[in-house]
Design a protein around this ligand. Structure first.
Ligand code: SF4
Length: 292
């Protein structure tokens, strides 16, 4: 297994870059760090604590765990961890498990409803606790899987942003691990012996689509190791004019210029080639006149 120090350095570099690229942390921030007990959120907390030691701005961290009432959820494990690393923390408890079981038909995956309820509770907690940001542990692999899932199954080109203001404007969500590779996080969490709590205590069905997309990316990565990095880069290198989003093109002002199909002079300027004869609109009008 790779050296813990090297892994930490790589994770810190990835997080610092994300913080800089998207202005994720500013002077005076009080950040609620959502810690579910998974490898990603433990690593996120660790990375933010380390960044805080060396950051050019001062900010506060509060680790928050939400016990959603899954049978056997060992909240005490997380509380002991928070105490042992000396981070200010808050333990929340809300039985969303019963609600999820009631709402979601047997055999269907419960994660979307469960995570929506969790998000609502965390958003409210952040406001109550005076937190300016909520940090989540999503990483590079979550972002690229979500990109493909969305394109393949929802028909929209989108993923998880590094920074997002909630619809009601009350919260700002940040993802400082958005550039970090899942394999680094997994190796680091194992090396640090974080007391990982499985998320499937609720007995949820696995999300088959996400698993298949994960497998697809893994297969392609096996053939070409740059695949994951390229997909992440693609998220930061959008070429709107080579897509078909007419609203976006209009917003970029490209659709506002003269239309070369209606104005021969504009077409010459636009294309750099001389169009023969009269402008297209006049030819068209003439044809219409001739035909009428
Ligand atoms: S596995 Fe269970 S606890 Fe975890 S997000 Fe899905 S429904 Fe919620």
């Amino acid at each position: 297994m790779e050296d813990k120090v090297k892994l930490e350095r790589r994770l810190l570099r990835a997080a610092s870059r994300a913080v800089r690229d998207f202005d994720l942390i500013v002077e005076g921030d009080r950040i609620l760090v959502a810690v579910s007990g998974g490898k990603d959120s433990y690593t996120l907390l660790h990375v933010l604590m380390r960044l805080r030691e060396r950051a050019p701005v001062s900010f506060e961290l509060v680790a928050v765990n939400l016990d959603q009432g899954q049978p056997g959820f060992p909240a005490h494990v997380l509380e002991e961890h928070f105490r042992s690393i000396g981070v200010p923390y808050r333990m929340l408890k809300k039985d969303t498990y019963t609600i999820v079981k009631r709402l979601v038909p047997e055999g269907k995956t419960t994660c979307p409803v469960c995570s929506r309820l969790r998000r609502g509770i965390l958003y409210n907690a952040a406001v109550e606790m005076g937190c300016t940001k909520i940090a989540l542990g999503h990483h590079r692999d979550d972002l690229i899987e979500t990109l493909l899932l969305s394109a393949l199954y929802s028909g929209a080109l989108k993923s998880m942003p590094a920074r997002l203001r909630s619809d009601d404007g009350r919260n700002v969500v940040i993802r400082p691990l958005c550039y970090a590779a899942e394999e680094d996080i997994a190796a680091f969490a194992a090396a640090m012996r974080f007391p990982v709590v499985p998320c499937d205590l609720c007995g949820s069905q696995p999300n088959l689509r996400r698993r298949r997309v994960k497998e697809l990316i893994a297969t392609l990565s096996g053939e070409h190791p740059a695949v994951k990095g390229n997909l992440l880069n693609a998220l930061g290198k959008v070429v709107p004019m080579h897509l078909l989003d007419r609203d976006l093109i209009a917003r970029l002002g490209e659709a506002k210029g003269p239309d070369p199909w209606l104005d021969g002079k504009a077409a010459e300027e636009e294309t750099g080639c001389e169009l023969p004869g009269e402008p297209i609109v006049a030819l068209d009008a003439g044809r219409r006149r001739a035909g009428s």
